[in-house]
Write a protein that binds this ligand. Structure first.
Ligand code: C2E
Ligand code: CA
Ligand code: CA
Length: 757
């Protein structure tokens, strides 16, 4: 406080103005003066017996009378403190002094009507006391009498603290809601409570299993926090170790003497820590998540406010801990594949990106193995998803075994897996790929069945096949596709041609939809002959597509794509109508009836709609159902009840059914026994080898024999020469089809061919 104030009243100018204002008032309004005097009396009475502090400031001398409760509010006794303005101003918080003086000035000047001011003052113990000061002028009885500024002090610290606490609490909740790191929020919580209790220091510990881990304790010595980090909880392990163990509050009044601190007091005492109270932090379901601790450098037990704060601090920290754990769990969920325990796609992508960043600019390389199980869909469809899941788990284990310690294995989706292998020499990735093929093809026993899975693997290398995540994944995926096409159960490395192929496939996909919609496809017909009589007995309708940019696209290319993009149904519908109308046209031309064979894709055949479609086609074209033959591949022939139903209903319509490419799939004669099929078409693969390979011949011979006994007719596919035909004739084969007779040709060419026979 400025010394000059001692010689001249602080508000000299204001007092002079006030004096003239008041004397004017007193001369003209005697009644008002009386009222003011009466209010002063009431004021004194009101003060009597209240806790409020009373002050009386003689503005002319700057002497101030402070009542005993005024002094007590700040921790002083009645005999202490000088009755001067200096006392007041030195007790006002430094930062609040300017405002405090200004509000007095404003009131005395008449700028404001009431004096009502909030400020912080200093308690004798060094803490801050929030005060609200109110006051008014006591007018002089007569000219020249001292002017007094009298008023009260009310301690509003508790209310202020509560307000601040609520604000801070709201801040904490906001921090939690906006996903601030738990450690940051713990520190903020500690600071709130430390602000409320002078000399108190807070700590929050997380319980992981039975270990206490440091959460936050911004004011405790690092050395102490580090020493406690990782300590096991138990029935007698300090305050927090015990409270997390028992799930109840532990109050230790004196660390030095309390047996619970016996083992660890040497960690606390050197830092002056004397008492510690701990409240277990619990989740909303009551599970102990950690402990909230309050430390003092003096011994003692909590008062009511501290006790309350211990509880609310633990609750607040509990919200943070619970959220943090939930987030960690969610992250874990996103980062691991629950079924196999391998890394998830998201995690894998992140790891690849990290690896790229690490390897960038160096000459280190890595290989990306893209692995897909062969025919996994078949397992799921025929044996059910539970078995499928068991198989995937076994595969995951196998892949982990196949991969090296440092290789990263992930499951991307369904039956797709990936392995990241650092390419230490030129063979590391290829070696791992071969190990995967070997290990995966070991029989897997699931639910008392033995499955022999296989997989295909595409390998792409960083950086040569792709320099970023997406190009690399695309290259590996393209390569995988190629591995599948090459006949499965093998690995392939990425080449430029593969991209060209992928590009081509992409274009086919782009144009195919339009071509099907606009009926830009055409049909050719390949005749089938009776082996015994040499007579043409039927034709197989085969789709052709010529695209101006792509040229002639073979059905082996566009049929699988049509299946994938969901265009196979409109395609089949068009084929069925066109082929049946053609059959009818030939009949109308007076030619003897031929069987018209149409290929039906397995996925379409499995759909009940196929029955409706066939009925509709037969209705509209009035073709004799017995003259229509549907060819489906063996993959449809699983013991699945649904297929049997469509086989049955179609048979009831009177159409003929053929199993196409017989011998290449899984079906056996025994799996056919429930099905009422008419023909088995022996795949060209067997015919190709029949002249050189005795076993192939033996197989054909057995198939024919079995088929005859079971009542099926055999159609031999891909007959290319007279020798093959001779043997087939000898074996008793009924029908044959192949380039030896004719390639697939136009409808007119078929008519011409019939004339010539
Ligand atoms: P697929 O049903 O096994 O048809 C027989 C395929 O073998 C035809 O090929 C035919 O041209 C060929 N082929 C016949 N005899 C011989 C021979 O002696 N030697 C040789 N090297 N090949 C012969 P294409 O027309 O290329 O058809 C390939 C496959 O595309 C067909 O195999 C069939 O699965 C599918 N496909 C063709 N058109 C359609 C269709 O309209 N719908 C469906 N779902 N699939 C079709
Ligand atoms: Ca066929
Ligand atoms: Ca075939």
């Amino acid at each position: 406080m400025n010394n000059s104030l001692k010689f001249e009243p602080l508000f000299h100018k204001e007092v002079q103005q006030l004096q003239s204002r008041l004397s004017a008032l007193s001369q003209s309004h005697e009644a008002r003066k009386t009222a003011l005097y009466e209010s002063e009396q009431r004021f004194s009475l009101a003060m009597f017996g209240s806790d409020d502090g009373l002050w009386d400031w003689d503005l002319e001398t700057d002497e101030i009378y402070y009542s005993p409760s005024w002094k007590k509010m700040l921790g002083y006794g009645d005999g202490e403190l000088e009755a001067s303005l200096n006392t007041w101003s030195s007790l006002v918080h430094k930062d609040d002094q300017e405002d405090a003086l200004q509000s007095c000035r404003d009131y005395l000047n008449g700028n404001i009507d009431t004096y009502n001011h909030e400020m912080r003052m200093l308690h004798k113990n060094g803490s801050e006391v929030f005060i609200i000061a109110r006051g008014f002028i006591v007018p002089p009885e007569s000219e020249g009498q001292a002017i007094h500024f009298v008023g009260t002090h009310v301690d509003i610290t508790a209310r202020k603290k509560a307000e601040a606490y609520n604000d801070k609490n709201a801040e904490i909740l906001e921090m939690i809601a906006t996903g601030m790191p738990a450690a940051t929020v713990y520190s903020a919580i500690a600071l709130i409570y430390e602000g409320r209790h002078l000399g108190m220091r807070c700590s929050m510990l997380e319980l992981h299993g039975n270990k206490l881990m440091h959460g936050g304790a911004p004011s405790l010595p690092n050395e102490y926090c580090t020493a406690l980090h990782g300590i096991k909880n138990g029935p007698s392990v300090g305050s927090c170790g015990t409270s997390t163990y028992t799930g109840t509050r532990v109050v230790v009044e004196n660390i030095d003497t309390d047996p619970k601190w016996q083992e660890i007091k040497h960690l606390a005492l050197p830092h002056g820590i004397a008492s510690c109270w701990s409240e277990p932090i619990k989740s909303s379901s009551g599970k102990v998540l950690g402990a909230f601790g309050m430390y003092y450098n003096h011994t003692g037990v909590p008062n009511e406010e501290q006790s309350q704060d211990l509880l609310s601090g633990a609750r607040l920290a509990g919200i943070v801990m619970e959220r943090d754990q939930a987030q960690k769990y969610i992250r874990e969920l996103a980062y691991t594949d629950l079924l196999t325990g391998l890394a998830s796609r998201a995690h894998f992508y992140q790891v690849i990106e990290e690896q790229i960043n690490t390897f960038k600019g160096s000459d280190r390389r890595f290989g990306l193995l893209y692995i897909d199980l062969d025919d996994f869909k078949g397992v799921n469809d025929s044996l059910g998803h539970d078995i499928g899941d068991l198989l995937l788990k076994a595969i995951a284990k196998g892949l982990k075994r196949a991969a090296g310690e440092s290789d990263f294995v992930a499951r991307l989706s369904g039956d797709e897996f990936c392995i990241l292998v650092e390419e230490l020499d030129d063979y590391t990735a290829a070696y791992v790929a071969q190990r995967c093929l070997d290990i995966i093809s070991e029989p897997v026993d699931v639910a008392d069945r033995s499955l022999i899975p296989s997989c295909s693997i595409g390998i792409a290398y960083y950086p040569e096949d792709g320099e970023n995540l997406s190009t690399l994944i695309k290259a590996a995926d393209t390569t995988l596709y190629a591995a599948k096409e090459l006949g499965k159960n093998q690995y392939t490395c990425y080449t430029k041609e593969l991209t060209d192929k992928a590009e081509y496939r992409f274009q086919v996909e782009q144009y195919l939809k339009e071509a099907i919609e606009h009926q830009q496809l055409s049909l050719v017909y390949q005749p089938q002959f009776s082996v015994q009589t040499g007579e043409m007995i039927g034709v197989e309708a085969l789709s052709r597509w010529y695209h101006p940019a792509l040229g002639q696209v073979p059905p082996a290319d566009f049929i699988p794509i049509a299946e994938r993009i969901g265009m196979i149904k409109p395609l089949t519908e068009w084929v069925l109508y066109t082929a049946c109308r053609q059959a009818l046209e030939w009949k109308e031309q007076g030619q003897p009836a031929l069987t018209m064979a149409v290929n039906i894709s397995p996925s379409h055949f499995l759909d009940q709609e196929i029955v409706t479609l066939i009925k509709q086609v037969l209705d509209e074209t009035c073709l004799n159902p017995a003259e229509l033959e549907l060819e489906v591949t063996e993959s449809v022939v699983q013991t699945d009840q649904r297929n049997i139903r469509s086989f049955k209903t179609l048979k009831e319509l009177g159409v003929k059914l053929a199993i196409d490419d017989f011998g290449t799939g899984y079906s056996s004669f025994s799996s056919l026994k429930h099905l009422n099929v008419d023909y088995l078409k022996i795949d060209k693969y067997f015919l190709d080898d029949m002249l050189e390979d005795k076993q192939a011949l033996q197989l054909i011979s057995s198939m024919i024999e079995m088929a005859q006994q079971l009542g099926y007719e055999i159609v031999a596919e891909g007959v290319e020469n007279q020798q093959q035909l001779d043997i087939l004739q000898r074996l008793g084969c009924e029908a044959a089809q192949g380039y030896f007779f004719s390639k697939p040709v136009s409808a007119q060419a078929i008519s011409a061919l019939r004339m010539s026979f």
